[in-house]
Design a protein around this ligand. Sequence first.
Ligand SMILES: [Zn+2]
Ligand SMILES: [Zn+2]
Length: 280
Amino acid sequence: MVPFYTYQPRRNDPIRANYHTHTTRCKHAQGSDRDYVLAAIQGGFSRLGFSDHTPWPYPDGFVSPTRMDMDELAGYVQSVNALKAAHAGEIEIRLGLEAEHYPEYTGWLLEMKQAHGVDYLLLGSHFDTRYEEVYYGKISSPEHVVGYAKLTLEGIASGLYDCLAHPDLFLQAYPRFDDVCLKASRDICRAARDMDLPLEYNLSGFYNVRRRRGGLGYPCLEFWQVAAEEGLSAIIGIDAHSPERMLDAPLYDLARQHLRALGIREVTSLGNKAHKKKAV
Ligand SMILES: [Zn+2]
Ligand SMILES: [Zn+2]
């Protein structure tokens, strides 16, 4: 068993880095962009990546309730770049986006990434389709687990992303770690390992107790035991939707201890593409 409730920081710990930060543009976060930077500095972070939910070029006027609108993208890029310049020397700021893998948007995503100089992409399988009918943080049927695994495996295979965000999100409301979950976990971990893609040990699940609805929650120990067996590496992600989360450095350091206890190698850098074996 992993000792989940002890906290023993070590003197020679690596830097604190968080590549998972949202902004109010996604319609479910609070605080100004600058507030996140100031809180990250106060929380002892050396590196902060913004990774708001990407907009999608909907052809039919659909407005997503969970992501920025297309006309907010340029302002987002400009704001993060301005903060990068303003706080150079204090904290390293990176420009990223979190995206689901929808094949119809792969070309658009790649072009947009290059056009805006986006440093990295997180793969986050939140919804089954671009119209967001099934939320994978609420599923409780084996069919939906299979759907989650399929979408995620296609994203991993594309080589487009720098990290797999909250890989165990599908377990949040799922009642038990059954054979379907074991197979999904094993397949996802093996595919990520073969692409040298780090997993994210996502801390937002520690705050989401009410959203579990009797489910396993995340980080889910059974999933991470599979990740350890398959030799994955991981980055700790705060998934901040409010600046205050950046002040919870003790939780971050506790997560560091979980990974150590599991025998999973921790990384603190994303987006250098050095880990890619193939790219599309
Ligand atoms: Zn979000
Ligand atoms: Zn996410």
